[in-house]
Design a protein around this ligand. Structure first.
Ligand SMILES: Cc1cc2nc3c(=O)[nH]c(=O)nc-3n(C[C@H](O)[C@H](O)[C@H](O)COP(=O)(O)OP(=O)(O)OC[C@H]3O[C@@H](n4cnc5c(N)ncnc54)[C@H](O)[C@@H]3O)c2cc1C
Ligand SMILES: *[C@@H]1O[C@H](CO)[C@@H](O)[C@H](O)[C@H]1NC(C)=O
Ligand SMILES: *[C@@H]1O[C@H](CO)[C@@H](O)[C@H](O)[C@H]1NC(C)=O
Ligand SMILES: *[C@@H]1O[C@H](CO)[C@@H](O)[C@H](O)[C@H]1NC(C)=O
Ligand SMILES: *[C@@H]1O[C@H](CO)[C@@H](O)[C@H](O)[C@H]1NC(C)=O
Ligand SMILES: *[C@@H]1O[C@H](CO)[C@@H](O)[C@H](O)[C@H]1NC(C)=O
Length: 534
């Protein structure tokens, strides 16, 4: 009688009724926290996605973040000591607000936030550079002028290729055709080549897309402005990200889950389930992953079903660069402190401890006696693999060559991050390889079912920048809110072009017609707009 009653109930409720003695798994699934939107990662993009949802009255979301703080790649650490014995805070990751904007022109949103929240920054003057070789100071700045002249010609050509939907090439060939042909053994020209290209892209010109390298440069430095400000605020750059978050997250807001490593994502056209390392899980109508391209490339998170081929291809097609700043504090500032940048041409190896940036300079952290050298990719991997001691020794040898007349003491503090090994980043920021197309990038940016993608790398216009992550988080949040609120329904209306799921291509064509450079595809402005002509 009792048994009969149970099976009757089961029959009424259909197969989904959890009967006594159901497998353990069914019960664990039942305990998943339910929410409308799961935001995966609490960097700039994750926080602006949450801001956009809040703005659209979607308050039912959670943010799952690996680390014990938000901010992601805007990350600072204590270093050295000031006169009172207190450590300085220095930026391991993002350091500049790039292309701040000009009076009357469009403003970089990161710059607006920096101003709003009183972030301390200082104008970074790239003309304020001295050049060195193995024998000390040696003026080869005419090579910088030669590069700049060729770049202008190359950039105009890149614009034609983009608008006429012609074949992309690598930036080295684009620059060569415009007259910049650094010889492989001309190490001063190689140093200038590195300073002019790798220092921004983390990749060399031969490894970079000509068209999208130039377009990206235009979209930040012509559209906003060619002014970069270095953040020296002792609260850290991520202070502004925390301030955005504080406009919608209260202290100990239960929607923010720190120290939560996502390990598995199950997605479909109906929803997303996220499992974390600590055994907790979240079931959402939609999810937005903002994990870095490096995290996706490494397969650090398991997707079920496996991501489709078009997505996997796009993830592996784009490149994750590594940009490593190696910090030194000395007991004195023995280098000319009125100069911001010191460029070194090693006689043997391109990219060998090439750019030294003084913080112990008026306007920055005067009298801090801090200087740092930046290395990228192969040289960044190299210093990551070797001991701090070995790196310090090599870099000190370079300093002694640059300043042969100085008696250079050993540093009192020394530190550098190992970005390629950070399990929450696996690299620094993305770059477009040669011969790519907007279509390929659309596949990186497109949603797979209810799983959306946002972050620095999904921005076709501002990849590699804080503002790229900012816009992409906002956009994903807005799109999802619009879909949930049925605001993207009329397929024929102009409105749809700014709203709705993103397009992907099962088969790529190799190029993209100019008409594809739209808002919906993340291409907000025309890359030939110059708001700051000479
Ligand atoms: C060395 C360096 C220098 C840079 N310099 C500049 C600069 O000067 N100017 C500029 O504009 N930009 C710069 N950038 C780029 C800028 O930092 C990024 O574009 C931006 O911070 C990316 O934000 P995001 O939200 O897309 O990604 P992230 O900041 O990486 O956010 C993603 C978040 O996801 C979390 N996460 C990762 N894996 C998991 C997981 N499994 N589970 C849960 N959470 C996870 C991470 O902890 C992180 O908080 C630099 C970056 C680096 C590394
Ligand atoms: C907030 O919503 C308003 C009105 O829909 C919109 O104009 C604005 O751009 C939104 N802001 C953000 C940050 O999403
Ligand atoms: C960059 O801007 C310049 C100046 O407006 C323009 O001539 C050039 O075509 C643009 N390049 C690209 C790749 O958009
Ligand atoms: C997560 O994915 C891994 C690899 O596919 C699998 O072994 C594991 O069982 C999954 N865990 C959960 C909770 O789904
Ligand atoms: C270089 O920059 C420093 C610090 O801003 C400044 O004091 C100095 O005058 C600049 N030098 C030149 C030549 O512009
Ligand atoms: C810094 O240290 C070196 C070596 O120990 C010493 O010769 C020099 O006088 C010190 N400089 C200052 C300003 O104390």
């Amino acid at each position: 009688m009792h048994l009969h009653h149970l099976s009757l109930l089961a029959a009424i409720a259909g197969t989904t009724l959890p009967v006594i003695g159901a497998p353990h798994q069914a019960r664990t699934e039942g305990t998943c926290k339910k929410t409308k939107v799961a935001i995966l990662g609490g960097g700039v993009a994750g926080i602006t996605a949450a801001q956009a949802l809040t703005n659209a009255s979607v308050h039912d979301f959670v943010i799952l973040e690996y680390r014990d703080t938000i901010g992601g790649r805007a990350w600072h650490k204590p270093f050295g000591k000031d006169k009172d014995g207190k450590p300085y805070n220095i930026e391991m990751g993002a350091n500049w607000v790039q292309g701040i904007g000009s009076e009357g022109g469009p403003q970089n949103p990161i710059w607006l936030l920096a101003q709003k929240y009183g972030l301390k920054t200082e104008f970074s003057n790239y003309d304020n550079v001295s050049t060195y070789n193995k024998d000390g100071y040696f003026d080869y700045s005419h090579l910088i002028d030669a590069y700049d002249e060729a770049y202008e010609i190359a950039n105009a050509k890149a614009g034609e290729i983009l608008t006429q939907n012609l074949q992309d090439q690598n930036a080295k060939s684009g620059l060569a055709l415009a007259g910049w042909t650094p010889k492989v053994h001309d190490m001063e020209a190689q140093a200038v080549d590195w300073w002019s290209w790798d220092f921004e892209a983390a990749y060399s010109p031969i490894e970079s897309s000509f068209v999208f390298g130039c377009a990206g440069d235009n979209l930040t430095f012509n559209y906003f402005s060619d002014h970069d400000n270095l953040v020296i605020d002792q609260r850290g750059l991520n202070f502004i990200i925390k301030r955005i978050a504080s406009t919608f997250l209260r202290d100990n807001d239960p929607r923010l889950h720190l120290n939560t490593e996502v390990t598995n994502i199950t997605y479909s056209d109906h929803g997303v389930r996220v499992h974390n390392k600590d055994g907790s899980c979240v079931e959402a109508d939609y999810a937005i992953t903002t994990f870095s391209l490096g995290v996706l490339q490494r397969g650090a998170v398991n997707f079920s079903p496996e991501l489709p081929d078009w997505k996997l291809e796009a993830i592996q097609k784009f490149n994750m660069g590594t940009y490593t700043k190696i910090f030194f504090q000395f007991n004195e500032t023995f280098w000319p402190s009125e100069t911001q940048y010191h460029l070194y041409a090693d006689p043997v190896t391109r990219g060998w401890y090439p750019i030294w940036q003084s913080l112990s300079t008026p306007g920055f952290l005067p009298d801090s006696n801090i200087i740092f050298v930046t290395v990228t990719n192969e040289f960044a991997y190299r210093v990551e693999r070797q001991s701090d001691e070995q790196t310090k020794k090599e870099a000190m040898d370079v300093l002694r060559k640059m300043f042969p007349d100085k008696d250079i003491p050993e540093p009192t503090a020394f530190m550098y991050p190992r970005w390629t090994s950070e399990p929450w980043a696996y690299g620094s920021y993305s770059n477009w390889p040669p011969a790519t197309s907007l279509e390929m990038h659309q596949n990186l940016r497109a949603n797979a079912g209810r799983l959306w993608f946002a972050g620095e790398a999904t921005s076709p216009t501002f990849f590699g920048f804080l503002h790229g992550a900012y816009f992409e988080g906002l956009d994903a949040g807005r799109q999802i809110a619009a879909i949930m609120q049925h605001r993207c329904i009329n397929a024929d209306s102009a409105k749809l072009r700014e709203c709705g799921p993103r397009k992907h291509y099962e088969t790529l064509h190799g190029t993209s017609p100019y008409s594809d450079y739209t808002m919906l595809n993340g291409w907000a402005v025309d890359s030939s707009i110059d708001n700051n002509p000479e």
